[in-house]
Design a protein around this ligand. Structure first.
Ligand SMILES: [Zn+2]
Length: 354
């Protein structure tokens, strides 16, 4: 390239930049909202959302924009509210973790009963809050001869709650601060995608752990399988090209593949626990979860409804907000199922079932 041509190109580049800068700063306030055409290239993700963008805002301005109306406000708040919902659920469940003294007294009582009669009966309920979930509880406990005296391990349940909270919080932070700079935008997007992968991995823990509690080999195979798949997904998502809009469908496909891999242990669990009456309730919950996630993903990929009416859903009602709501709905449905698995394991040991 000749020196003169190079100089001319640089000149045009510079003109373009100052023109753009002028357009950005010409807004009514200092940190005003701009249109899609005025966006720096790295922020051009959805051409159907035309206005109310923030771009290259300082961290402080970005932080306080949580209380301002722009096209990310509802994206931030939907997952922030979701985060607090799961935080409350975690605190409530932590409060219900039985005290050591309760555990001991329950154990000794149960032990003495076992010594006198052949079949054991345990009517203690550590998760009294779940009573409302199933009325058949009392009748079923008489059918189950193999009951346990100690409550089920709690950590897999809390792994799921922690995974959900991490995903929702990282998403909120990503939407809040993604407008700061190109570097931070890319980093936060990767954390956000990793959050989704972590939530999917964490979601597998309660069902797999409790269903296959009495079959440690399958428990190990399934949990190692999904964790390996999740780690691979996170590494793939951290490659620079993957954060771009071009790979939106590919990213969605990776997450769907992770979620759908749950079909294998699900079929296994259904076969093994065919006679378990609560199978239907947990299946309904898990199907509701799968349906929520899949519907959400369809909105995420298709960019409906803003695609049909560009500019109309800039502030409220665009695909990403709908996707967020479906993610929370799916996570709550899974929470319902996890609670039943946990409660079941509080009552049923490994002597008979599985
Ligand atoms: Zn999001």
């Amino acid at each position: 390239m000749s020196k003169r041509k190079k100089g001319r190109d640089l000149g045009t580049e510079e003109m373009k930049y100052t023109e753009k800068k002028k357009m950005i700063t010409s807004s009514s306030s200092r940190w005003g909202l701009i249109s899609y055409d005025e966006l720096p290239e790295y922020m051009k993700d959805n051409e159907y959302i035309l206005r109310y963008y923030r771009a290259n805002w300082p961290l402080k301005e970005a932080l306080f924009s949580i209380f301002r109306w722009h096209n990310e406000t509802l994206n931030i708040w939907t997952h922030l509210i979701g985060f607090f919902v799961f935080l409350v659920l975690t605190v409530l469940n932590l409060e219900q973790v039985p005290k050591v003294a309760d555990l001991l007294s329950n154990f000794t009582r149960s032990f003495s009963v076992n010594a006198i009669v052949d079949a054991s009966h345990n009517h203690s309920n550590f998760f009294s809050g779940t009573d409302a979930l199933f009325d058949m509880e009392k009748t079923m406990s008489s059918e189950i001869s193999a009951t346990v005296s100690t409550p089920a391990t709690r950590w897999p349940f809390f792994v799921f709650l922690a995974g959900a909270m991490f995903c929702l919080m990282s998403s909120s932070i990503c939407h809040l601060f993604g407008c700061h700079s190109h570097k931070l935008n890319i980093f936060l997007l990767r954390v956000d995608y990793s959050g989704i992968a972590i939530m999917i991995i964490a979601s597998f823990f309660p069902p797999i752990y409790y269903i296959f509690q009495c079959n440690p080999i399958w428990q190990f195979i399934y949990l190692t399988g999904i964790t390996t798949m999740g780690i691979f997904t996170i590494f793939t998502l951290f490659s620079p090209a993957m954060s771009t809009g071009k790979f939106r469908a590919y990213r969605a496909m990776l997450f769907c593949a992770m979620g759908l891999s749950g079909i294998v242990p699900a079929i296994h669990a259904i076969i093994v626990n065919w006679s378990e009456p609560r199978r239907t309730i947990t299946l309904v919950y898990e199907l509701a979860m799968a349906l929520s996630y899949l519907t959400g993903t369809m909105f995420y990929v298709s960019r409906v409804p803003e695609k049909w009416k560009p500019g109309f859903f800039d502030l409220a009602g665009h695909s990403h907000q709908i996707f967020h709501v479906f993610v929370i709905a799916g996570a709550l449905a899974h929470y319902g199922a996890a609670l039943i698995f946990l409660e079941w394991r509080d009552r049923v040991g490994c002597d008979k079932l599985v």
